[in-house]
Write a protein that binds this ligand. Structure first.
Ligand SMILES: Nc1nc2c(c(=O)[nH]1)N[C@H]1C(S)=C(S)[C@@H](COP(=O)(O)OP(=O)(O)OC[C@H]3O[C@@H](n4cnc5c(N)ncnc54)[C@H](O)[C@@H]3O)O[C@H]1N2
Ligand code: MOO
Length: 390
């Protein structure tokens, strides 16, 4: 057994950031910007009105001042002339400020009769003009790497960047193993159960930017497992589930070795997830997860997500660890880092009473994995605890 930190480092050492590809802006959300991009234009490209009202000269603003309305400026339609003394231009939000004007009075502060407007008595100091380039200037940079959120997509669009350089999506093949497994929707025989964690892991990785290839379930024999491995060809990461322990039907390690896997490690001092293995298999990295559903999901979180982030070019930082006071007393921890399914409630952390690694219903209602270090001393309610939000 090796410590979690060492195992994670070894796993991360197996991958490098993937190559860059260009995608249309509409497909860029949720992808990782892989190269810096620069604005191809200035926004706004002209000084623009921020209100509906009248453009005029600030020097002429005083209570009861009268102006002749000589034209109109709307968004997309500038006023072509030049404003002269005593003149105003009817203007709408987003319209270019006419030549000669340096102030916009909002229409609520005016009275209009025919072509004439009269100002009220309480005109504010604010000019209601958005300067050219107030948002960004041509050449302004968006720095990579960056996970593109909806606001980034809007900014890229405003910068007129129609094709976006992003990291290629990692292809992750998920291979569940076991004679007992059927797929959701099928009818299990008496001794069978429904494959679950393969679907949970697929959701986990797809949600973080991977393309997941769900392979058919491999049966507990070498031929079936070998056949399934051939279907993983082309994947960047192969994740097996189950068959990782020491039982007579746990064939993943021997079969993977037979087809050329160079193992980095087997067994990690973590709970759940002890029988985790990792290594290189041809061009791909292989992560062999234990079959117990919570073990598989916890290993996916602790190892799979950082691997994915590194492949996407988002760096190698460990998962964000947060702190909160414990809500209960806890006994001494054992010799493995314990990822306890916990509830963060009213700012306090409450580990669930039921920590068996088969209990998906507990994992599904938890919102935190509380992390207890190896041999952590007994803890009292109120002591600081560390957790990963899930
Ligand atoms: N003598 C020992 N026995 C076990 C040890 C050990 O150290 N010595 N370790 C235990 C630990 S810890 C774990 S974790 C499990 C891991 O076993 P495997 O990886 O070989 O997993 P399986 O035996 O194939 O399955 C375990 C359990 O999970 C269910 N399973 C498997 N795949 C799925 C799936 N895709 N969806 C839902 N459920 C799945 C399977 O039916 C079993 O119930 O080994 C312990 N034993
Ligand atoms: O460590 Mo196993 O992963 O308890 O279930």
């Amino acid at each position: 057994m090796i410590p979690v930190a060492e195992a994670l480092q070894q796993v991360l050492d197996l991958v490098a950031p993937l190559e860059v590809e260009e995608v249309p802006l509409r497909q860029a959300a949720g992808r990782v910007l892989a190269r810096d991009v620069t604005a191809t234009r200035t926004q706004p490209p002209f000084a623009a009105s921020s209100m509906d009202g009248y453009a005029l000269r600030r020097a002429e603003v005083e209570p009861d001042a009268m102006f002749k309305v000589v034209g109109e400026a709307a968004a997309g339609h500038r006023f072509e002339g030049k404003l002269k003394a005593g003149q105003a231009v009817r203007i709408f939000t987003g319209a270019p400020i006419p030549d000669g004007a340096d102030f916009v009075v909002i229409q609520e502060d005016t009275t209009r009769r025919g072509d004439l407007i009269t100002l009220g008595h309480k005109i504010g100091q604010k000019d209601n003009i958005r300067p050219a380039g107030g948002d960004f200037a041509k050449g302004q940079k968006i720095s990579a790497p960056l996970l593109l959120r909806p606001a980034d997509i809007a900014l890229l669009a405003a910068m007129n960047i129609a094709r976006v350089p992003v990291a290629r999506k990692p292809i992750i093949a998920i291979l569940a193993t076991g004679d007992e497994l059927v797929q959701p929707g099928e009818t299990p025989a008496e001794d069978q159960i429904v494959a679950s964690n393969s679907f949970g892991l697929a959701a986990m990785f797809e949600g973080k930017g991977a393309d997941v290839r769900m392979l058919p379930v491999a049966r507990d024999n070498a031929a079936s497992l070998k056949q399934a491995f051939t279907l993983a060809k082309g994947a960047d990461l192969i994740i097996t589930i189950g068959g990782a322990s020491v039982g007579d039907h746990d064939l993943v390690a021997p079969v993977a070795a037979e087809i050329g896997m160079e193992q980095s490690f087997y067994k990690v001092a973590m709970r759940p997830g002890k029988p985790l293995m990792a290594g290189r298999l041809g061009e791909a990295v292989m992560l062999g997860l234990p079959g117990n559903p919570v073990s598989a999901m916890v290993c996916g979180t602790v190892f799979g997500l950082p691997l994915l982030r590194k492949m996407l070019g988002l760096g190698s930082e460990p998962l964000l660890m947060q702190e909160a006071p414990l809500g209960v007393d806890l006994p001494q921890n054992g010799p493995r880092t314990h990822y306890m399914r916990a509830h963060l409630r009213d700012g306090q952390l409450f580990p669930d009473d039921r920590q068996d690694s088969s209990l998906l219903s507990v994992l599904a209602t938890a919102n935190a994995l509380m992390v207890r270090p190896v041999d952590d001393a007994p803890r009292k309610a109120g002591d600081t605890a560390h957790f990963i939000a899930i």
